[in-house]
Design a protein around this ligand. Structure first.
Ligand code: RTP
Ligand code: MG
Length: 137
């Protein structure tokens, strides 16, 4: 079942020159890069992207972090890629993410600051459709 997902390389991943490494892992898994852009998003895009987290204690630091530098947005296609990319990324908290995953191998947990966990991946077909429309409108 071929799906598409939105992957974001967050500002920490771009700033740490991990874009190539992350793209390499996506391609090595057999997924295809359908579209890719380097973006400095408007606040309105991030507010829509993270609407489900509005009001949570980490929401404002998260949005501030996502505005701190360029982001790479990628439309990725492949069989069960929505679930598959989240397995490649590892669990949200980089300290707990398994070695071998992007977050487990490279992510850093900066204590009280938002977890700088390098990547975003859509978490369901509905989120993927909504987020791809938002970032690739
Ligand atoms: P993402 O949406 O970025 O792919 O990550 P996720 O599904 O694994 O995590 P989610 O729960 O959707 O949270 C979105 C992002 O918010 C930051 N976060 N900080 N307790 C905290 O400080 C906290 N919890 C979440 C992370 O950057 C997370 O990726
Ligand atoms: Mg999420």
């Amino acid at each position: 079942m071929v799906e598409e997902t939105l992957v974001l390389i967050k500002p920490d991943g771009v700033a740490r020159n991990l874009t190539g490494e992350i793209l390499r892992r996506i391609e090595a898994k057999g997924y295809s890069l359908v579209d890719i852009r380097l973006v400095e998003p408007e606040l309105s895009i991030l507010a829509a992207h993270y609407a489900e987290h509005e009001g949570k204690p980490f929401y404002e630091p998260l949005v501030e972090f996502m505005l701190s530098g360029p982001i790479v947005a990628i439309r990725v296609a492949g069989d069960r890629v929505i679930e598959g990319f989240r397995m490649l990324a590892g669990t949200t908290d980089p300290t707990l993410a398994a070695p071998g995953t992007i977050r487990g191998d490279f992510g850093r947990d900066w204590g009280l600051k938002v977890q700088q966990n390098l990547v975003h991946g859509s978490d369901s077909p509905e989120s993927a459709a909504r987020e791809l429309e938002l970032w690739f409108a």
